[in-house]
Design a protein around this ligand. Sequence first.
Ligand code: AMP
Ligand code: MG
Length: 417
Amino acid sequence: MKLPPRVINDADPSALTIEEALLRIRNALPQLKDVQTVDCLNALGRITAADIHSPMSVPPFRASAMDGFAVRVADCHSALRLDGQSMAGHPGSDRLAPGSCQRITTGARVPDDADAVVQQENTECNDGTVTIRVMPQPGLNVRNPGTDSRQDDLLINAGTRLGPSQLALLAAHGVSNVEVVRKLVVALFSTGDELRKPGNRLEPGQIYDANRPLLQSMLHDHGVEVIDLGICKDSEAALEQRLSASQDADLVISSGGVSVGEADHVRQVLARAGQINFWKIAMKPGRPLTFGISRPGQAYFGLPGNPVSAALTTLLFVLPSIRHMLGRSLELPPALQLPLTDELHKNPGRVEYQRAIMQQDANGNWQVGTTGLQDSHVLSSLHKANCLIELKSDSQGAAIGDSVRVFPFSHFAEPVL
Ligand code: AMP
Ligand code: MG
């Protein structure tokens, strides 16, 4: 479909760029200091509180990388006498008489006197005599101690999210407990007199609260604990009540009620609560963003009410902030450049994120196309999307075949952390 050209400029001189807003947020955010020691079996997704050094060398001994025979290379030109064996977990003798070899399995200790392991397939074994078919080089198939890491090496930096690889690495070094940053407590509520919880009947003028399921899911992470404070009426008293119920939270997130409409009490109540900024961000969707410090050690995000705007501001501002509060670096997820399959229109003046679908063409090459309607209440297009296309502030759109910047949703997923 060909859209008519648009020339409206969307720039607002008072709006902050995303980068400027992120910088201001980072400078204001409190960081969690409390540390706890957890069993590595329960440490998935937690953030290391200190550097972890290797308590031992791994592998701890010279180990065979193959099933075969441990040999002295210099002896391999003639048939070798089979003398003993070294099995994984059952090391044999460290001595190897001249002209002999030892049967060995993968992971078993290589005798001190051997300088190579010849894999079984390259040998012939008859009546206790082993003939080497392919001459080895010294060191062949021997894993030396410390080739994974040496004792006292820095294994994992402070501020690292513990995923499967990190937990395996710790286990391989015999580490059973780890110091992590305590969980970040987030208090979450939606504001709006029109909102109802799914499962209840809608009265005229009401809609269902989509933002709590959205945000709860986006915040679902091992390092985060969410306190659900439900739906908050558009009244100062209701808001005050939510804020006092949030007093143990490190971060409070509300959605809705921060625009200039009559029912927007969040501003007044927050102005009394702490140091809160009401920013316009030069982005679409999600222009208004409320951020500040609601009480000592507690950050506050007031997100736009439209669900797609709430999702976008969470991806771009809230998740990076959570990472920063937990001691991780505050950076945007990695982007791709992909060719575009649709024409995109845009007014210059703010960065635009369009919901999009990246997929492979018939030749297996990745490309990206729009999900269509981009209004910020349209959740069905967020559902269809698997990525966002970023169009720069001064862009007026993009043509079919243009290379555009794409943020796959999967990159936000590890992220919460
Ligand atoms: P507001 O920011 O409160 O002015 O809300 C902007 C738009 O988003 C309005 O159409 C609201 O009805 C809608 N909205 C606000 N909160 C939610 C929510 N939790 N779920 C779905 N829509 C919402
Ligand atoms: Mg509202």
